[in-house]
Design a protein around this ligand. Sequence first.
Ligand code: DGL
Length: 267
Amino acid sequence: MADDRPIGIFDSGIGGLTVLKELHLRFPDEELVYLGDTARVPYGSKSKETVVRYTRNNIDFLEAEGVKLVVVACNTASAYALPELKDHQSPPVVGVIQGGVEAAAKLTGGRIGVIGTEATIISNVYQQALARLSPGVSVKARACPMFVPLVEEGWVDNDIARAVAHRYLSDLRGEVDTLVLGCTHYPMLKGTIKQTLGEGTRLIDSAEETANMVGQKLDRLGMRASSKEKPPKVRFYVTDSPKRSMEVARRMLGQIDIQEAEYVDII
Ligand code: DGL
């Protein structure tokens, strides 16, 4: 039996659209509802208590939209809130951390780097998950807070982006063979990060890994949507500034299948 209820996705803002885009490409029959909490972004500099509260609030909204599964596309929310929500059964919740960790553990030659927001790195969630999965592997974790505003500004491969990447990451060149991009926005900086670290470092994109995990989860739960002639519409909600959100979304993702961002009052 097919399950045509939508998949809910939320992020602190617009960056999680990298996950939505990947899901939309891989599972065109699935209806997607995205919530960007643009009123309260960034989460990456907030306390655990606050991020957990916002996360519950966002999940409640998506639940009311009738979703069959929630994807927490925000690394910070996944790091801080998912351990608190592990008993949340209905709808089931998938975060962005496990997929990246599993891919890194599988591919590494023994030296992994993880980059993310301050909160994600402080939470230690990536470091602990990697230590559990691959004991003995060295993990270097680093917060790169300036990357998020750079991406929002569309500055992903200019002099400033390269200078910031150099400042954060140049000492990891030759030191890590695999780097987990542990933040929604960082896949947009792949080219610049790769240039800084050199060809010897493989980059793990959480958006791609999360889409794999979502596919597996849907199969396991028998929740795939029925096949459609035309991909269903993507619904895009934000908690503030729909016009600006749409502009940033277009700048980040190019041509996307979203007509407009709609304001919702959930706070
Ligand atoms: N979405 C956040 C993350 O993936 C980045 C932006 C923020 O700090 O809220 O960690």
